[in-house]
Write a protein that binds this ligand. Structure first.
Ligand code: ATP
Ligand code: MN
Length: 143
């Protein structure tokens, strides 16, 4: 049923916990995982005013994200899953639901929380908006 799935990651501890669940889905027929990291356009704009410098920074952030994805790819491949890696600069939640459609995945597997991981929040802002706006099913893995 969930042959191709989307795994958006912010490389947080919660996100790592999500990976265990993604691996388990192999047993339910999942074959390919699209791994997505979104570099937040707003944060990038906020950090740097200088255009040239921000282009450098953006490239560097993409390079680092690709690097951080390598062990995830290796682990999933070892588990018998094929992978596709994407890093994009955009608004994280909007990009996640856009890629859901573009890639034609049948499930999004996301963490309830991410890097901020605030105690009093039921869901992080990205996961909340993804649950609201995704077209298909969303599996939310609790922290
Ligand atoms: P907030 O960002 O609202 O302060 P938070 O960081 O605790 O709270 P979210 O950002 O909503 O929580 O993260 C929940 C999940 O959403 C993460 O576990 C991850 O799966 C996904 N996610 C969050 N940010 C990104 C991102 N930039 N790229 C890809 N996936 C992301
Ligand atoms: Mn976050």
């Amino acid at each position: 049923m969930f042959e191709r799935i989307l795994y958006p990651t912010d490389f947080s501890d919660v996100s790592k916990k999500v990976l265990d669940c993604v691996k388990e889905l192999r047993k339910s027929g999942t074959q390919e995982v699209v791994i997505l990291h979104v570099i937040d356009q707003k944060q990038l704009d906020f950090m740097f005013y200088d255009t040239v410098k921000s282009l450098d920074t953006e490239a560097e952030l993409h390079r680092r994200a690709q690097e951080d994805m390598r062990p995830i790819v290796d682990e999933l491949n070892r588990w018998g899953l094929t992978t596709k890696v994407r890093t994009e600069t955009a608004d994280p939640f909007r990009e996640i639901v856009r890629i859901e459609e573009e890639e034609g995945v049948s499930l999004i597997v996301i963490g309830s929380h991410g890097k901020s991981n605030l105690e009093e929040m039921l869901l992080g802002s990205v996961s909340e908006k993804v649950v609201r706006k995704a077209r298909g099913p969303v599996l939310v893995v609790k922290r």
